[in-house]
Each structure stands twice: as structure tokens, then as C-alpha cells.
Design a binder for this molecule. Structure first.
Ligand code: NAD
Length: 408
């Protein structure tokens, strides 16, 4: 089953519980617009052509919102799945956005800065008429960052002949970006982790955590959890992992990764593979790298009691069945990694109001939002005796359905 099929299946389950009509199901499943195009750039005196997409999934609550991914394996199915996930995420969080996502099948690590800039600018040239602060608001995702958002915004403003900073979020502060945006997804994941640990009545310094993925999201989750006193026993990137049962010093691991670009060989740690990290003896496992890493093949080896999905779609449908059967608690991606889009919303607001939010305000508002939605999902799951993913999707779907019905 593909990632998209598993999200649709998840939704079908909810649609059955809510006895939704075929028409409403179609309205929620099918993307409103799919833009498919090609990006051509010059690389080493040759022409490099890359397929690219923007999927505008659903605008019931407001402009389409979602990142743009530069990755060598991305495809239309994946972008559609991620766009649909954004629709549920924004609905669950009560944000005035719909779902969208973009992607370019390209390996950013193989491009020079100039070539990367050309990809970013070409992407905007192809679809600028479909973007806009009240129409479609992109952001960074895997392989893209604030520099890419700056090029994209610059190209967009040149094309429309006007200023429109709210059209892209995830910008640097001096270009209208919001404080804490870079940290937001990881920080949001840390807030959720702290909340669930409180529910379990565990002590942070005795709670062992293993994190897969040490990019934008994994780094800030690890750092915020480390600063809150949790014991991070393992980390990994695409080249492999590091393990120390006594707990890793995350600040030093960040410096090490910055200097060498990988984690392998971090002083005092043991080397482990990404598969070994997933099956470690730990209390919490945080997949923060990419989708489909926990499958029917490795789910039964997972020893962590709680899995906190910081990446999008890290557990396959069949993997999840095994985990739930083994009484694992899965905190779903649409809740855990919603800190990013929540702070993007703050950035969009401050650009529209032409203001600048303080760090305290961003941090307080993010804390409040993540905790409130987590507690709403947790309480309903306890009351209805259902898992957290089903609960989160139920809440998100109910809101979408109410909105659809309000138009009839
Ligand atoms: P990133 O590119 O900055 O980092 C990804 C990390 O995962 C890197 O450390 C990479 O080495 C590692 N990795 C890649 N493949 C791996 C594999 N097979 N095994 C182990 N590690 C692997 O990306 P990111 O922005 O940190 O995003 C990570 C995940 O979080 C993605 O699923 C993304 O969709 C999701 N997400 C990101 C944001 C955001 O604000 N950046 C928001 C919501 C969700």
C-alpha cells in the first residue's frame, strides 16, 4: 500500500464511523487542483530536467498551506498524500488554512547554490498565478530551507510587481520571517512529548528517547527535549546512528554534525544502524526522518512504549496494526508535527498585520495550541476507547464535514 493509499484508507475508516455520503467523501479525498510541470536548469553545461508538482488539496478553511520538498525520490503520489495530510492537520489544529504540498524530484545535495536558486525561481515562475497570500502559501519541507523561501518570494514579488511577504512562510527574520519558525516543528514535538510523559507519570530524566533523523525537525526536537531534562539515548541520520545508554549530549552532537555533516563517530557513542535504532530498548521512539520507516517487517521488533510521529507518515498501515496489537501508544503526525504549520500561521498573521511577534508571544501561543489540541485528542481517545490517530482524524474530519455542510 502506498503512503497515499494508507491515508485514504485511514480516512475511509473515519468516513464509515461518521457514515459520510459518497459526495462528501469525494470532496475530502480528491485534490482541488494538481499542477504538474517540468523544471529545466543548466548543470555542468547540460540541461537537467526535473518533474515538479504543486497539489492544492482542499481550501475549505482558507488558502492552501504546505511545504515544498526537494528530494530525489519524491513523486506525485507522495505530494498528493502530504497535501491531504495538511488538510487534516490544519483542520485538527483549527487553523484557517487548507492543505497543499509541493515537490521537485531533484537531489539538492548534488546542486551548487546557483543551481538550487535556479530550481527555486523556476518553480515559482511555473505556478506563480496559482500562489498568493489568500490562495496558496508554500513553506519549506525536506531539502528546502529559509534561503530557498527567500529566492521564491523574491521571484514571486518580481512577477506580480508588488510586495507579498505572507505568500511564503519559513522566511528568514529579516525578510518577514517569524521567530522560532525554524525550531517550531521540533519544539512542537517536544511539547507533545512532555505532555504525554506527564500523562504516563514518568520522570523526564528517567525517560529514554531514541530519535531517527537529525535534520531540521530531529535536531530541534532533540535539543528541546535535552533542555527539558530527557535522556536522549540514540540519534541517527541517513548515514547511520549513534547510541549511548547513559544519554547523549545533544548540544555537542549538534556541533559535531554541523562540523562533519554526519553523526557517525560521535565521541563516546556506539555506532548503530537505522534499523537497530528503531528496535532499541527505549521508552519513547521518535521517527523524525521520513515516511514508511516502520513497516510490517520491523514493527514487531519495536520495544518503545510510545511512538511519537514527528516525520510525516513514518508508520505504514500494516506496521501500525502490529504496534497497536502490541499495546503501543502512537501519537500521530497530524498532531505531533503541527508546530511547524502553527508557527507558519503566526508568520502569515504578522505579515498580514505588518507587525512582528515577540519570541515570548510565539512560544506562549505555540505551547497553548499544542497542549490544548493534544489534551482534546487524549481526552476523547480515553473516553471513546480509541487510538490517538483515529481520534485526531475524527476531530479533523468532523470539522471539515461541518464546513462542507455549512455551504449547502
Ligand atoms: P531534513 O531534510 O532537514 O532532515 C531529514 C533527516 O532525516 C536528515 O537527518 C536525514 O539524514 C535523515 N534521513 C533521511 N533518510 C533517512 C533514513 N532512511 N533513515 C534515517 N534517517 C534518514 O527534513 P526535515 O525538515 O527535518 O523533515 C523531516 C520529516 O518531518 C519529514 O517527514 C517532513 O515531511 C516532516 N515535517 C517537517 C516539517 C518542517 O517544518 N521541516 C514540518 C512538518 C513535518
Amino acid at each position: 500500500m502506498t503512503f497515499l493509499e494508507s491515508i485514504i484508507k485511514q480516512f475511509e475508516k473515519i468516513a464509515e464511523i461518521l457514515t459520510l455520503s459518497k459526495k462528501i467523501k469525494k470532496r475530502i479525498i480528491e485534490p482541488e487542483n494538481v499542477l504538474s510541470f517540468k523544471i529545466k536548469i543548466k548543470k555542468d553545461s547540460q540541461e537537467l530536467t526535473s518533474p515538479a508538482w504543486r497539489v492544492q488539496h482542499n481550501s475549505l478553511f482558507g488558502p492552501y498551506k504546505g511545504g515544498i520538498r526537494f528530494h530525489p525520490e519524491t513523486d506525485l503520489e507522495e505530494v498528493k498524500a502530504l497535501a491531504m495530510l495538511m488538510t487534516f492537520k490544519c483542520s485538527l489544529m483549527g487553523l484557517p488554512f487548507g492543505g497543499g504540498k509541493g515537490g521537485v524530484r531533484i537531489n539538492p545535495k548534488e546542486l551548487s547554490e546557483k543551481e538550487l536558486e535556479e530550481v527555486a525561481r523556476s518553480y515559482v515562475r511555473k505556478i506563480f498565478q496559482s500562489l498568493g497570500e489568500d490562495r496558496d502559501v508554500p513553506a519549506p519541507d525536506m531539502g528546502t530551507d529559509e534561503k530557498i523561501m527567500t529566492w521564491m518570494l523574491d521571484e514571486y514579488e518580481k512577477l506580480i510587481g508588488d510586495k507579498s511577504p505572507a505568500t511564503f512562510t519559513g522566511k528568514p527574520i529579516d525578510k518577514g520571517g517569524v521567530i522560532l519558525r525554524k525550531e517550531a516543528t521540533g519544539l512542537g514535538g517536544a511539547i507533545i512529548t512532555e505532555e504525554i510523559v506527564k500523562k504516563m507519570a514518568w520522570q523526564p530524566n528517567k525517560t529514554r528517547i531514541a530519535i531517527q533523523g537529525f535534520g531540521n525537525v530531529g535536531i530541534y526536537a532533540a535539543l528541546n527535549l535535552f533542555e527539558r531534562g530527557f535522556k536522549i539515548i540514540a540519534l541517527s541520520d541517513s548515514l547511520g546512528g549513534i547510541f549511548d545508554p547513559a544519554g547523549l549530549n545533544i548540544k555537542e552532537a549538534i556541533d559535531y554534525k554541523k562540523a562533519l555533516k554526519y553523526l557517525k563517530g560521535f565521541p563516546g557513542s556506539q555506532e548503530i544502524t537505522n534499523q537497530e535504532l528503531l528496535s532499541l530498548e527505549t521508552d519513547i521512539l521518535i521517527p523524525a526522518a521520513r515516511e514508511n520507516v516502520i513497516t510490517k517487517n520491523n514493527a514487531k521488533k519495536i520495544k518503545a512504549k510510545i511512538i511519537i510521529e514527528l516525520a510525516n507518515g513514518p508508520i505504514t498501515e500494516r506496521g501500525e496494526k502490529i504496534l497497536l496489537k502490541n499495546k503501543k501508544i502512537i501519537v500521530p503526525d497530524i498532531l505531533v508535527n503541527a508546530g511547524g504549520v502553527t508557527v507558519s500561521y503566526f508568520e502569515w498573521c504578522q505579515n498580514k498585520e505588518n507587525s512582528s511577534w515577540s519570541k515570548e508571544r510565539v512560544s506562549q501561543e505555540l505551547n497553548k495550541k499544542m497542549k490544548n489540541v493534544f489534551n482534546e485528542v487524549w481526552q476523547m481517545a480515553q473516553k471513546e476507547k480509541i487510538d490517538l490517530r483515529t481520534t485526531a482524524y475524527l476531530l479533523a474530519t468532523k470539522r471539515l464535514v461541518e464546513k462542507i455542510k455549512s455551504y449547502v
